[in-house]
Design a protein around this ligand. Structure first.
Ligand code: ATP
Ligand code: MG
Length: 258
């Protein structure tokens, strides 16, 4: 390698990543005494802007806890969470509500849809509350790609589980938030619907420079990501870039045996 190439490399490494979310030494302890559980045991991770990360790991390894802490839905016992440059610990309840509303989208397994509202009303609810108008082209794209255009006037009870999950996904995407968190967003979907959800999350990253972080148990879903972070017993135990379903499956097997 020439010295010039070396300099260029070094210079590139010196440029700090544009970080959308960051966890620093995050610890979350539930309960006390004998029943105490250390759900997160010192997790530090950065989620670069415009990147799609999948979080994997066995049941109980702390994935949902990490997502909830990152998204400001739960507070850590110690450690720091930043969304962009904002330290969540420094926010009042009101500021936290506004940050979640304006900058973060969520897709969680319990869809949290409002039963009395139609699908479309549910999808635009966060925008309505914020007094923002949806970008109609983007909204149309999301609704079409998620196969929801003929379900918009239905209430959640009139939708299948998979359709409700896609409504929750559309709601998270509608406002084009900086960062979208999904806790098993494809958990209840068949392979076609799952592919639609994953490819629209991928498009949010590639076309709109949003940041996506999802929890998944499925190597196929992780294959859509730029990076996979593996949790075990509340710690990050492994990480890989440019995953494919096959390389993720191999790594999961290796981690199980370790
Ligand atoms: N509210 C709570 N009170 C007490 N313990 C909890 C609570 N929430 C989670 N835990 C415990 O914390 C640990 C991590 O839970 P978490 O839900 O983060 O796991 P997970 O990796 O998301 O698992 P899964 O794949 O099953 O969803 C588990 O041992 C769980 O029992
Ligand atoms: Mg979970």
């Amino acid at each position: 390698m020439t010295s010039q190439a070396l300099d260029a490399d070094t210079a590139e490494q010196a440029v700090p990543l544009d970080v959308a979310a960051r966890a620093i030494d995050l610890v979350k302890v539930y309960g006390s005494g004998d029943t105490q559980v250390r759900a997160l045991d010192g997790v530090s991770a950065e989620f670069a802007k415009g990147e799609f990360t999948a979080i994997m790991g066995p049941s109980g390894s702390g994935k949902s806890t990490l997502m909830h802490c990152l998204a400001g839905l739960d507070s850590a016992s110690s450690g720091t969470v930043r969304i962009g440059d904002t330290d969540l610990a420094g926010l009042s309840d009101k500021q936290m509500t506004r940050l979640r509303r304006d900058r973060i989208g969520f897709v969680f397994q319990a869809f949290n849809l409002v039963p009395t509202l139609t699908a479309l009303e549910n999808i635009t609810l966060p925008l309505d509350i914020a007094g923002r108008k949806p970008d109609q082209d983007w909204l149309d794209t999301v609704l079409k790609r998620l196969g929801l255009t003929d379900r918009l006037t239905h209430r959640p009870s009139e939708l299948s589980g998979g359709q409700q999950q896609r409504v929750a996904c559309a709601r998270a995407l509608a406002g084009k938030p900086e960062i979208i968190f999904g806790d098993e967003p494809t958990g209840n979907l068949d392979s076609r619907a799952s592919g639609e959800v994953l490819s629209i999350l991928r498009a949010a990253v590639d076309e709109f420079e949003q940041t996506v972080v999802i929890v998944t148990h499925e190597p196929h879903a992780a294959g859509f990501a730029d990076r996979v972070v593996f949790l075990g017993d509340g710690k990050i135990v492994n990480e890989m870039r440019d995953p494919t379903a096959d390389t993720v499956l191999d790594r999961m097997k290796a981690l199980e045996q370790a």
